[in-house]
Design a protein around this ligand. Sequence first.
Ligand code: IPM
Ligand code: MG
Length: 384
Amino acid sequence: MAETTYRICTLPGDGIGPEIMEQAERLLEAVSKAFGVTFDCERQLIGGAAIDATRAAGEKVTALPPATLSAAQAADAVLLAAVGGPRWDDPTPGAVRPEQGLLAIRKNLGLYLNLRPVRIYDALRDASPLRPERLDGVDLLIVRELTGGLYFGRHERQVDVEGAGRDGTKGQTAIDTLEYAEFEIERVLRWAYEAAARRSKVVTSVDKANVLETSRLWREVNHRLNAEFEDVEGEDMLVDNCAMQLVANPAQFDVLVTENTFGDILSDEASMLTGSLGMLASASLGDGAALYEPSHGSAPDIAGKGVANPIAQILSVELMLRYSFQMDEAADAVAGAVEDVLAAGWRTADLADGTTDASHLLGTAAMGDKILEAFALRAGSREA
Ligand code: IPM
Ligand code: MG
């Protein structure tokens, strides 16, 4: 029988993106050998890299070139690293920004659901700013709505607006609109309830219903689903309270579901439970091929130095194996390899703390090597 072939569109993007993507590509090669599947990887441009390339070629300047979008649409899955950087922070209203590439690919692929699992590694308990005992029993899944709300509303700048300046003079006004249709809320909440039914059976729906109309609609839909899923306990939580509860008592959460902006903010906060933003992977699911990416950004301050933590990128491959290719055994071997390497004391700079032995501090590629070694052991013992 011919080997199964999966087409993967890889998007290294900007900053540390290409460095961490390289480690993910090496891992895919190892998975391919160990599990007898072929990954047909095709690199494409996105973000600042795409802006530079389209500008240099005299084409329409864009952060998501048509070739990238068609490659992503034709792929079985998309693996993205990160976009953005100060080089493309053009303050001119209407200027093309790297982040537009990311938002556009999410929208075009219909990726309305973003999953960010927050897993605690025993070995990293001391790397978290939280007291270790607060991390007992923490295992939560953040479900973020990804193609609606504020990030996809109308963004507008008005100039010479009467009374908008200081002391009643003319000045500027900025407008961002926040809108949600019922179906956009329902499909995300439904996924959260279905996921919770397979986990600890608690859904916390996060909103700001004491102020926002979109949140009041969100809450109504949540109550409807709560009634439908009898064996899942559903609750509402205000977002400001949730931000506090995430550090005060994070173990209370199982599935935390929320709209785009709140999910963006709360997932960065929750990443610190794991010790570093460099540990948090994400899966974006929707109508067609899914996209996998770290929850962190392009870290321009450390780009090109070979010190970035590749683990969130590697765990994004784990999620890809699980959700897109149903390769649970391979995914378990990847997750296990990361655990083994951390348990052996190996750290990238972001994970180091007072107890870290300097001889165990690794750069990006060396961390990739360690994870590949551990993966080979895990995958090898599978065959034995
Ligand atoms: C994320 C990022 C993006 C987002 C930015 C880069 C547009 O912060 O994936 O969390 O806000 O979605
Ligand atoms: Mg973010």
